[in-house]
Design a protein around this ligand. Sequence first.
Ligand SMILES: Cc1cc2nc3c(=O)[nH]c(=O)nc-3n(C[C@H](O)[C@H](O)[C@H](O)COP(=O)(O)OP(=O)(O)OC[C@H]3O[C@@H](n4cnc5c(N)ncnc54)[C@H](O)[C@@H]3O)c2cc1C
Length: 434
Amino acid sequence: MSEVLDKLVNKFGDKKVKVSDDYFEKYGVDWYKGIKPDPLAIFFPETEEDLIQLVNLASNESYPIVPSGGRTGLCGGATATQKEIVISLERMNKIEWLADKQQIKCQAGAITDDAKALADENNRLLPISLSSSSSSSIGGNVATNAAGAKFIRYGSTKDYVAKMKVILATGEILELQKEIKKDSTGPNLMEIFFGSEGSLGIIYEVVLNTCEKPTIREDLVIQTDDIEVIKNGILKPEIKQAISSVEYWDTNCQNLLGSNPEAKYFVLVQLASSNAAEIDKCLESLAEKELNISLLNSKQAEEAWAKREDLPVILADNNAYKMDICIPIEQLGSFLLKIEEIGQTEIYSFGHLGDGNIHLNIVSKERELELIENVYSLLKDFGGSPSAEHGIGQRKKNIWSDFPEYQSKYLLLKKIKKSLDPKNILSPKVFFSD
Ligand SMILES: Cc1cc2nc3c(=O)[nH]c(=O)nc-3n(C[C@H](O)[C@H](O)[C@H](O)COP(=O)(O)OP(=O)(O)OC[C@H]3O[C@@H](n4cnc5c(N)ncnc54)[C@H](O)[C@@H]3O)c2cc1C
């Protein structure tokens, strides 16, 4: 082990290789603190060449490595637990505007907000919208296929990736693209890297498409005791086209935020379009419904969205056990009623109501295990996904056995992993236990 460290330091020097506890504490672990970090070293490549040389060294030595971006992942995917070398892509953070195609070329360590700001400067939109976007990296967004509050309108990170460069654990380089919309040259193999959580290859360069930036925006709040109102009211096709986000939080969260709940659910809706008539039509249609709606001015909207963004942080500070699940939208109302029945005061829920992707936060240590089991059991009844956003990482590997419907996927993933990483050196603890 120390031989590898010697080789690493001799080859790259101590500016790029860090071995002190302060670096281990900061760079050896992601946002999930339930797994203790234990890296061999933190390596900071500054160029493609550095990265290629490191991967070749690890491959020759059969030594484990873990890619790391902004470390905002919530499943321990970027956490080193058995003396792996953590490859922090933080210094590979260049961003370039490609004017001809209105695209952004990023090195993987580029911060999401910096890429979004570059799109904005060029009057375009990069709609990857996460509360962690001031720290998360583009490589991490691709590796987790991140999607947030604007999924309902814009989809997830994978929908914006035009090209990417990946280095495999064997040192081979792949240059993948899906710029041509219709392409039947076999399966689109770029897809396997979306959500691969560092276990199939290290993404080091990404070209992202951008889209038209809406010029008009309206934010509104609906307070309701009946979540079905979303399905019956605002998700109607004629209204849906102007909607860019439908987020909510429940009474428990309202209390936590210090607000005075007027109803069980606080639903925050954003409309966005470049067509004023489209927004007007949507507002008129909403006004016809018997809903408790308030239009927000820009200051109120900013405050409401800040509260929504603060929620995951406040709940983490309260040691909440986080579950990010997805329920078919038609059944969300009845699912939330069941959640109330099993943990009225212990389960705090908020999230992306428009897509059925909700974050359940269990705040009772005494009943935590029981409530997790109850939620899983409900999920099975409702045919939902046990991980709709944050992935599996090292933390949620139980899902493979708890949800037998994922068995075929697990087997295929294992075969792909074996063929791309025969020595099992790339994030060996992610997805798999052996
Ligand atoms: C407050 C908060 C809010 C969040 N909100 C959302 C949300 O709304 N939607 C959502 O989807 N997620 C959300 N997340 C989760 C997280 O921010 C995203 O998954 C994000 O995309 C991770 O990016 P990162 O750079 O921080 O990745 P990291 O945490 O550094 O890594 C995540 C995984 O990707 C791998 N990885 C990182 N970089 C690379 C690379 N270049 N090549 C290959 N693998 C790599 C790592 O090994 C790890 O397995 C949130 C997290 C926090 C803390």
